[in-house]
Design a binder for this molecule. Structure first.
Ligand SMILES: [Cu+2]
Length: 148
């Protein structure tokens, strides 16, 4: 038991350390598909600059929390089975208003600072799940779904 707690503590440290180190990470993907830092931007069909803050996987019927920061999405990439019903819990943890907007349409939620909203949707197919913040996409606040 004691060992398990220690392992979990280390995992927590690694996770938080990773979050900090990724703070300045950004990937620029050329319209033609340039070399991205993580490669996930291309898999998600993103163009331009993406301020990357990790990825999360969600199973069919599952829920994933997406934090809206000033100014990036965390996680930036959501891995989900194409077409599966999933729920996003959107949390604006920043000081600015943000939106979670699917490029392809269907979802466009505006969140004030401190606001939380749940959205159910069918996970987009490969390369059709790009999303962005309408106010800060130019600053890299975008992300995408990756079909699993
Ligand atoms: Cu924003």
């Amino acid at each position: 038991m004691r060992k398990l707690v220690a392992v979990m503590a280390v995992a927590g440290l690694l996770a938080s350390g990773c979050g900090k180190s990724s703070k300045s990470a950004s990937t620029t993907t050329a319209a033609t598909g340039g070399a991205g830092g993580s490669g996930l931007a291309q898999q998600a069909g993103l163009k331009g600059t993406t301020d990357e803050h990790g990825s999360a996987s969600v199973a069919a019927g599952g829920t994933v929390t997406v934090e809206l920061h000033d100014v990036y999405f965390q996680p930036t990439y959501i891995k989900a089975p194409s077409g599966a019903k999933i729920t996003l819990v959107l949390k604006n943890v920043g000081k600015l208003p943000h939106t979670f907007t699917l490029d392809a349409g269907g979802v466009d939620e505006k969140l004030s600072p401190g606001e939380t909203k749940s959205v159910s949707l069918n996970a987009p197919a490969q390369l059709s799940g790009a999303f962005h913040c309408r106010f800060h996409q130019g600053s890299g606040m975008q992300g995408g779904f990756i079909a699993t």
